[in-house]
Every structure is written in C-alpha cells, then in structure tokens.
Design a protein around this ligand. Structure first.
Ligand code: SAH
Ligand code: SF4
Ligand code: F3S
Length: 487
C-alpha cells in the first residue's frame, strides 16, 4: 500500500457521520484524486451517465451527475469516458437485456483504457439476483449501488479508489431522506422535483415497490424550499415526481394532501408551469380536480395510467378501481377541465386476459380518446404475484393484441392531437429543432410538441405561437406577434 493510499484510508476514519456533510467531505476527497489524475494524464477526466427507465431515474441521474461534476469530472456524451455509470430500470425484462448487452461494449472500451471506472446503479441492482450476476459475470464492473444510496456516490467512489477492488453497496431498505445534495439539471429552465419515493400499491405485475421500497413523502417545507431555490435559479417549469403523487403526504407526521402541496407550490413566484407524474386513478381526489381547474400554472395534462379496461383484470392487477370508476373519473375531469389532455399506460397480455378483456381495453381507449398512450407487453417479473398466476397469455396472442391496440391508439391520437390547430398557444421553447436550422422545439401546456422558427436565445422562454399545421403528434407554427417573442 502506498503512502497516498494509507492517507486515503485514514481519511475514511475522520469522515463526518452526518449527512449531507459526510458526502461533501467525500466529494472533496474525490476531487483531490481527480486533480491528481488529471495532472498525471495531462487531460481532464470525463464522466458519462446512461439512464434507463422513468422520470424518477432521470432525476436521480441529475443528482448523480451533480456529484460527479463537483468531484471534478467533465461530462461527455460518449461512453468512452473515464467514469461510466449505468442507471438501470427493471420494470420490464427487455430493460435488463439492454443493460447486459451494452455492458459487453463497455468492456471493450475498458480493455483500451484499463483505468476506466464502470458503475451500475438503479432499480435493477436492487434485485439480489441481478447484482449477483454482475458480480459473477461482469468482473470488470467497479462499483454497484442501489436506489436507496444514490446520495452516497462520492463515498463509494472514494472507497473504490482507496480499496482498489470492486465495491458493492446495496441497501435493502431506504434510510432517512437526504436533502441538499448537488444536482446538475439537464435543462436550465425546467426541473424535476421528487415529492415522494417508493410505492405501497403492489400492483400484482409490478416490481417497483420491491426495488424502490415503501412510500415516503418529503416534508412539504423541504419541497417548497427546493422549488423556491429553483425559481431563483431561473427555472420556470417544475415536474413533481412520485410513483403515486395522489397519495402524497398521507404518512407525514402532519399530513398534507397533494392538492394542498400544489396550491402552495403555485404561489411561488417565477414558476410558470407545474406538471406532475404519476397519478394513480384510485387516489385522484375532487380537491385535486378543483385545484387543477382553478390553476393558471398547473399544466393541462394528466397522465392517468389505466393498465387494462377490464374490471376483472384490474382486480387481478390489484389496481383497486373498475372500468366504470375510471370512466366516471375521466368524465369528471373533462367536465371540470375541458381543455385537459389525458395520456395513459396500457398493459397487454396480463395473465388470464381473454379477447373479451382486451376488447374492454379498446373500448376505454375509444371512449377516453387519449392524446397518447404508452403500450406495453406484459413482462413477468420474478417475485411479483402475477408472475406465478395461471393462464399466462401466449406471446403470439399478446403481440397480435398489442399491434391492434397500438393502431387504435395512434389513430385516435392523430385525430385529437390537432384540436388546437389555427389557435395561438403559449409554448415553452425547449431546444433547437433537431431537423431544421433556425427552428426551435417547444412544448404546450398539454405536453404536445411544437416546432417553430426561432432564435437560440429564446430557449427557456414562454412564447405565443400560432399553431399553423397539425402533424398528428406535433405542430408546426410561428411566433404570433413580434412583441411576444421578446418576452
Ligand atoms: N407508478 C406508475 C407506473 C410506474 S411503471 C403508475 O402506477 O402508474 C410504468 C408503467 O410500466 C406502468 O404504468 C405499467 O403500464 C408498466 N409496467 C409495469 N410493470 C410492468 C410489467 N411487469 N409488464 C409490462 N408493463 C409493466
Ligand atoms: Fe407499480 Fe402500481 Fe406502484 Fe405504479 S402504482 S409503481 S404500477 S405498484
Ligand atoms: Fe424502471 Fe425503476 Fe422507474 S424499475 S420504471 S426506473 S422506478
């Protein structure tokens, strides 16, 4: 062991016990190591994060990147980097396959750059069998951690550096929520905000409650403090994140409803748009509908996963609503908020699903007329009740239903998405249009995209855009008044 390494071990025993001070301490330690390496190599050290899965993971990745940048790494788009992190998803089997497929490619990069560090975290690593597979079959992986210790990245990296051996640190259960860690936002003008972690619903097909743990809500003051900070930083749009935001706050020492949290968030100056995800139909309250209807800032979009239109299948899925209750809820929503855009998630081929059950799903799709829907083939997840249910649907049958459903969803979507054509709507300019020079891509309150000619300096602004042409899933338009463009 070199003197340097001994020094690093000593550094571990003098680390503060309290968070987030402890992580700040290790971030500084990593930064010293990064600087040393950079001086030796005569170039910056680079990092890259590949994110799989949902908004929750995307937001975790912003926190992970924040830590890496504070530790002195420079971000790169390429996986040919000095530190590569895969933030994984395990909600369906194909998500896992993709990760293992790409690990092979990372290995080939590491052979050329033996000092490269490879890390894997996220939901897949919360499954003991998957973490074990990485340990056994992918020995070139340096660092593995789970969803409950994302905040520890700096400490784990410091350990990997000091111990010079792979570090596996996965907690089975969540500890206290660690606040005030750095985060690097992908967009300067919009940001995700976690309001809760985990899920208690145990839908019978779903692995999320097992890999993300029990439902925990953040204190409203912490959330509002974060939003105020974001607003001061120039953020105009926030997306409140949770697996089931409608049950936010129920388990706090002083319970607060989600609707009340929205009411308070809405008062924060500088925030112009508020989105949230995901709403479980069983917990969507009248109070929430009222708050949404009266709000200037809450976007006219609600993602309301249906999963199946058959009450019989919904019961087996443990969704705790019926087809009729779901339809009644959407009617109530449309009545209170006529310009609301609804989107959904649908699963095809759940165990025991018959042609009649599937027809019920098509029926709801035709009645609700979603702007868009994510359609998924049922994927059995080890350890979930549905995986061992009888009557698993043959793949060919499920695939055929999936194709029919997709066709229906797309046909309806292209009809309803054009509803605002030839009107002027407020658009948040988000990025340069990837297909046309001198054009920008932005988003309407109802989440549809709009392409329009514009200058890069306008990115991050809310602009009045005339929606000239509907292309089914998006619009082409132009700024409607000269005055508006300079806002
Ligand atoms: N908390 C959110 C969903 C999170 S997972 C909610 O309850 O709405 C995102 C979507 O993945 C789910 O809505 C569901 O449609 C899909 N999904 C989850 N588990 C699945 C499985 N085993 N097979 C196929 N799709 C699944
Ligand atoms: Fe999974 Fe259901 Fe929880 Fe959504 S609500 S994360 S589908 S268990
Ligand atoms: Fe996937 Fe985990 Fe999200 S399993 S869908 S990344 S919560």
């Amino acid at each position: 062991m070199s003197r340097d390494d001994r020094g690093r071990f000593a550094a571990f025993s003098s680390a503060p016990g309290k968070e987030p001070e402890r992580q700040r301490y290790f971030t500084a330690l990593c930064r010293r190591w990064v600087t040393e390496r950079e001086e030796k190599l005569g170039r910056p050290l680079t990092c890259h994060i590949s994110t799989f899965g949902c908004q929750m993971n995307a937001h975790d990745s912003e926190k992970l990147l924040g830590i890496l940048l504070e530790a002195g790494f420079q971000e790169t788009d390429s996986e040919n980097a000095d530190f590569v992190l895969y933030n994984t998803c395990t909600v369906r089997e194909n998500a896992n396959q993709r990760v293992y497929g790409r690990l092979g490619y990372l290995h080939s990069l590491k052979k050329k750059n033996p000092d490269m560090l490879i890390a894997i975290c996220g939901c897949m690593m919360q499954e003991p069998d998957e973490a074990e597979r990485v340990r056994r079959e992918f020995r070139f992986v340096d660092l593995v951690f789970g969803t409950h210790n994302v905040y520890q990245l700096a400490e784990l990296l410091a350990r990997r550096i000091a111990e010079k051996a792979p570090v596996f640190e996965i907690y089975e259960e969540a500890g206290a929520i660690v606040e005030d860690l750095p985060a690097e936002r992908k967009y300067p003008f919009k940001s995700g905000v976690n309001i809760m972690y985990g899920c208690n619903n145990f839908c019978s097909y779903c692995i999320v409650p097992y890999v993300r743990g029990r439902e925990r809500s953040r204190e409203p003051e912490e959330i509002l403090r974060e939003i105020r900070r974001l607003a001061n930083d120039g953020v105009v749009e926030i997306m409140l994140l949770g697996q089931n935001v409608n049950s936010y706050g129920k388990n706090l020492a002083e319970p607060v409803t989600f609707a009340e949290l929205l009411r308070r968030a809405e008062q924060i100056e500088g925030i112009r748009r508020i989105r949230f995800m995901t709403s479980h139909p069983k917990d969507l309250s009248d109070e929430l509908i009222e708050v949404m209807a009266a709000s200037e800032k809450i976007c006219r979009h609600l993602h309301l996963p249906l999963q199946s239109g058959s009450s019989r299948i919904l019961e087996k899925m443990n969704r705790r609503y019926t087809k009729e209750q779901y339809l009644a809820l959407t009617e109530k929503l449309y009545r209170a908020i006529p310009d609301l855009s609804l989107t959904t998630d649908l699963i095809v081929g759940f165990p025991g699903e018959t042609e009649e059950d599937f027809e019920e799903t098509l029926d709801v799709v035709r009645r609700v007329r979603y702007d868009s829907a994510f359609t998924f083939l049922y994927s059995p997840r080890t350890g979930t009740p549905a995986a061992s249910m009888p009557d698993q649907v043959p793949e060919a049958v499920a695939k055929e239903r999936f194709d029919r459903l997709l066709k229906e969803v797309q046909a309806i979507s292209s009809q309803v998405c054009g509803r605002d054509v030839h009107t002027v709507k407020e658009v948040l300019a988000e990025e340069p249009d990837s297909h046309r020079d001198g054009w920008l891509t932005g988003r309407l309150s109802n989440n549809l995209t709009v392409h329009f000619p514009g200058k890069r300096e306008w990115i991050g602004r809310l602009l009045p855009v005339y929606l000239e042409e509907s292309k089914g899933f998006y619009y082409n338009g132009y700024i409607s008044e000269t005055g508006g463009s300079e806002r």
